[in-house]
Design a binder for this molecule. Structure first.
Ligand code: DAT
Ligand code: MG
Length: 150
């Protein structure tokens, strides 16, 4: 329902390129609810846990190096169908295949510099929010809820 959560992260290149506000703005404007947000420099061990399913890929070492090249902004967003809609808002993994109007389709070019992360399923959304925030997300109701949901 409306309590669905997804893990959205502005990657180091997104932070350096000044796109933190732009990415937050798109999720806020859509009507999603920010329930967790922090800037941090994750350890390699933490990133290896986050990307555990990609461990066997040839690009894995490069991915971990890039992801630990600078601070990231980790966020938990909540709302109806936020996982699937968040992925649609991010665009395809390879930015050259991302539609204009998506975050990746508007702001980047290379797959290894695709500026943002979004959970790929409801299960991984829960798992990743837990991995990055533990229990420390905020539980509050938006006073605009009845204007966003019927
Ligand atoms: P996504 O981030 O869209 O969920 P993913 O989980 O398959 O994509 O991969 C995680 C990240 O790894 C992705 O954002 C960029 C990098 N990556 C994926 N496939 C890659 C490839 N073929 N070459 C280089 N980097 C890749
Ligand atoms: Mg993924």
């Amino acid at each position: 329902g409306q309590k669905e959560v997804t893990f959205i992260m502005v990657k180091p290149d997104g932070v350096q390129r000044g796109l933190v506000g732009e990415i937050i703005k798109r999720f806020e404007s859509r009507g999603f609810q920010l329930v967790g947000c922090k800037m941090m420099s994750p350890s390699k061990e933490h990133l290896e846990k986050h990307y555990a399913d990609l461990k066997s890929k040839s690009f894995f070492p490069g991915l971990i190096k890039y992801m630990s090249s600078g601070p990231v902004v980790a966020m938990a967003w909540q709302g109806k169908s936020v996982v699937k809609t968040g992925r649609a808002m991010l665009g395809a993994t390879n930015p050259l295949e991302s539609n204009p109007g998506t975050i990746r389709g508007d702001f980047c070019i290379d797959i290894g510099r695709n500026i943002c992360h979004g959970s790929d399923s409801v299960e991984s959304g829960k798992h990743e929010v837990e991995l990055w925030f533990g229990e420390k997300t905020e539980d509050y109701s938006l006073c605009t809820e009845s204007m966003i949901y019927e």
